[in-house]
Design a protein around this ligand. Structure first.
Ligand code: XLS
Ligand code: NI
Ligand code: NI
Length: 461
């Protein structure tokens, strides 16, 4: 087959072609075959990072916004249009998807059921359309060795889901959602999907005045249990993931952030069956940083996968920008490495090009830029961990709990009466003399120094 995209195969150049990304058309920091050791395990960079292309953005996104039409120019368009009702078009896009991954050197991809094929008049017709595209994907996966990072089901696009999928007040709609997920799990099994994601697109509410929140949460928890039951029944062993996000599209999304989602999982005894898929932009919307979400998920043993994107700090909605912030990428990769990587997850670009970046080549630049910034962050974080940079800070800062009254407390040997007896012997001055500076300015400057030194030496190698 002749080439579909007019773009060269992207390779690691390591700065050899200079700083201009548009000219160099290569990776400066993403060197797929370079090996790294984490917790005694040695793997290539590509096997650690597991970058993934998101079908819904890269193949389906037309860059429509509330004020204007789509701007995307895509080589599979017929007369400038992506006919989303056409099966022929849906099948054609699979070829482009696989060539795109091949040229970028990305091994994984992710999709929603509804990204792949048009809906029919009944679920049976819809499933049959979907299966035709899945047949082709399966064949392409066999030919190329590409892998499915995760798949998911859209319980939010079709109008029937206007009041939710698993939290809808309407039993027929709920039944449809369950039947839809059943088929998606069959696809996950068939394509050997490493994880299965549930993002609760419309699982939330607008107003308490017409919402029985308890009943809705009980329903969705039961829905998840039935999903697990069915996965077990068909022998699908991929990791289930919930993807937290606040306030979009419903005003009050049930899975607002990591800690809220953990509370939900614990309340309904679901935490053994689920981990979390985190997303940068969702963290911002929740009023957190991406690294905050990664830290809390990791510490709970629930860091499953990452949707690598960013938001805009001035904008209050999910803009799914391709990542380009080295500071954030470094701190998220710190959590990633501390987690021992993501055995059943990866870095999925749930990201879209800006509306003005309408050329097909921008899809390449965008993924390359995102891969490079995360590969760069990975390198910096590896060095920080090798030096125990943050570990030493944490250790020193809490050192007073390693001996004396602090250690007694940690070892369950101190009561409130012991604390009182201990502290009544001291003056206020003596107590404040034990308090140390947080040195945050110096710590941040050291972090910057790590970025300059690690990346400078890689780029100029
Ligand atoms: C939307 C979500 C969505 C999930 C998959 O904001 O990020 O894209 O990742 O349904
Ligand atoms: Ni999102
Ligand atoms: Ni996402």
């Amino acid at each position: 087959m002749s080439e579909l995209f007019d773009f060269p195969k992207v390779e690691f150049l390591g700065g050899a072609k200079g700083v201009n990304f548009l000219d160099a058309k290569g990776y400066n920091f993403y060197n797929p075959e370079e090996v790294f050791t984490i917790n005694g395990k040695t793997k290539s960079m590509k096997d650690w990072m597991k970058f993934s292309v998101a079908y819904w953005h890269t193949m389906d996104q037309r860059m429509v916004d509330p004020f204007g039409e789509g701007t995307a120019e895509r080589p599979w368009d017929v007369d400038g249009v992506d006919d989303v009702t056409s099966m022929e078009q849906a099948l054609k896009k699979v070829d482009y998807m696989f060539e795109f991954m091949d040229k970028l050197g990305v091994e994984y991809f992710a999709f929603h059921d509804r990204d792949l094929a048009p809906e029919g008049k009944t679920l049976a017709e819809t499933n049959s359309n979907l299966d035709k595209v899945v047949d082709k994907i399966e064949q392409k996966m066999q030919e190329t060795g590409k892998k499915l990072l995760w798949n998911t089901s859209s319980l939010f696009t079709n109008k029937r889901f206007l009041a939710g999928g698993a939290t809808t007040p309407f039993a027929d709609v709920f039944a449809y959602a369950a039947a839809q997920i059943k088929h998606s799990l069959e696809i996950a099994k068939r394509l050997n999907s490493e994880s299965y994601v549930f993002w609760g697109g419309r699982e939330g509410y607008e107003s308490l005045l017409n919402t029985d929140t308890k009943r809705e949460l009980d329903h969705i928890a039961k829905f998840f249990k039935l999903a697990k039951l069915y996965a077990n029944e068909i022998g699908y062993t991929g990791q289930f993931l919930l993807e937290p996000k606040p306030k979009e599209p419903t005003a009050h999304q049930y899975d607002t952030d990591v800690q809220t989602t953990i509370a939900f999982l614990k309340t309904y005894d679901l935490e053994k069956d689920f981990k979390l898929n985190l997303e940068g932009n969702h963290a911002y919307l929740a009023g957190h940083t991406y690294e905050h979400e990664a830290r809390f998920a990791r510490e709970a043993g629930l860091l499953g996968s990452l949707d690598a994107n960013m938001g805009d700090k001035q904008t209050g909605w999910d803009i799914d920008e391709f990542p380009n912030d080295i500071y954030e990428a470094t701190l998220v990769m710190y959590e990633f490495i501390k987690n021992g990587g993501l055995p059943t997850g990866g870095l999925n670009f749930d990201s879209k090009v800006r509306r003005a970046s309408f050329k097909a080549e921008d899809l390449f630049y965008a993924h390359m830029a995102g891969m490079d910034v995360y590969a760069a962050g990975f390198r910096v974080a590896m060095k920080m961990i090798e030096d125990n940079f943050l570990e030493n800070i944490y250790k020193e800062r809490y050192a007073s709990f390693d001996t004396g009254i602090g250690a007694d407390f940690e070892n369950d040997k101190a009561t409130f009466a012991d604390f009182e007896a201990y502290i009544l012997n001291k003056t206020n001055e003596e107590i404040f003399a034990t308090v140390e500076s947080g040195h945050l300015e110096a710590i941040k400057a050291t972090l910057n120094n790590y970025i300059y030194s690690v990346l400078g030496s890689t780029f100029n190698k």
